[in-house]
Design a protein around this ligand. Structure first.
Ligand SMILES: C[S@@+](CC[C@H](N)C(=O)[O-])C[C@H]1O[C@@H](n2cnc3c(N)ncnc32)[C@H](O)[C@@H]1O
Length: 276
């Protein structure tokens, strides 16, 4: 039985701290499964989209089509901002790219296009439904799958957790890792720190982590997302705490930072470069 987003909060009440992580994870998976069942490729969008699509479904096919175009436009704005930063990093082509929490695969086609001739793209997501959706989409588009022994090895999309992705052979091998709207959904701070540490281990010295997230805190002359709250299953982090956490191994490349909006929230696309 699928459960709505509000259930995850109810489930967490009265839970012992040692049980929290596991229950939190299972509740999160339910939440994403539920969203995917209702919104399909737009599952990564805001919670308000769930009610809007249900209403459009009641109105009929034309209303659903019109709403999908609106969702598409909004998603495109965020992915274009993210990709404009990724493209500036290393225009001559990446050998190894990780899209952590790839969701329904929004950034994957464009990242594939940035690979060097023998480059490889890894896409990881904790939800099997998302992984299957992306793999099916890529197979239908004629992309060559899963490091084939012949042909052109290009991508591998698999189920996994951001906290559990560093095989020995992966250490210091990635040129770039993209986190788009992932940190907002890892609610437990220790878990977020652990996922960040693993990313840093995977990156080559000189490699990049690109965060495309909705933050709070003072950045430049602005207080980000002042007075805004996120819906259940999501959490704002202060951009300055995140920067502090990732240094001294990483440095923010301020000149590449991009500001954008998505679903009413202010987003920053922030590239960090591994310096040691
Ligand atoms: C808001 S969606 C973003 C998807 C995609 N990155 C994008 O921007 O379109 C968040 C995604 O994170 C995945 N996710 C959440 N927590 C995760 C974790 N700890 N490890 C891996 N994936 C996770 C969810 O399944 C979901 O697909």
């Amino acid at each position: 039985m699928s459960r709505g987003p509000q259930v995850s909060q109810e489930l967490l009440l009265g839970v012992e701290p040692q049980q929290f992580l596991k229950l939190d994870l299972e509740a999160q998976k339910d939440l994403w499964r539920n969203r995917f069942g209702i919104l399909g490729r737009y599952a990564p969008g805001p919670t308000a989209w769930i009610e809007r699509i249900k209403q459009a479904q009641r109105e009929g096919e034309v209303a659903v089509k019109r709403l999908s175009l609106e969702f598409e436009k909004e998603e495109q704005e965020l992915s274009s901002s993210t990709m404009s930063v990724v493209e500036q990093i290393k225009p001559e082509g990446f050998e190894k790219v990780m899209i952590m929490a790839c969701g329904t695969g929004r950034l994957i086609p464009e990242c594939l296009a940035l690979l060097a001739t023998n480059g490889q793209l890894h896409g990881v997501d904790m939800l099997a439904e998302h992984v299957n959706f992306v793999n099916e989409g890529l197979e239908n588009s004629g992309e060559c799958n899963h490091w084939r022994p012949f042909g052109n090895p290009r991508y591998q999309i698999y189920q996994g957790l951001a906290t559990d992705q560093t095989e020995e052979q992966d250490v210091e091998t990635f040129d770039v890792e993209v986190w788009s709207r992932l940190g907002n959904h890892i609610l437990n701070d220790a878990e977020l720190n652990s996922a960040h540490e693993q990313t840093i281990r995977r990156l080559k010295v000189g490699g990049w982590l690109v965060l495309a997230e909705s933050f709070t805190g003072k950045y430049g002359d602005r207080e980000l997302n002042q007075g805004r709250l996120m819906s259940s299953g999501s959490k704002f982090r202060n951009i300055n705490s995140v920067i502090k956490l990732l240094t001294p191994k990483m440095e923010v490349r301020e000149q590449l930072v991009k500001k954008t909006r998505f679903a009413g929230d202010e987003y920053l696309v922030v590239p960090f470069q591994k310096v040691s």
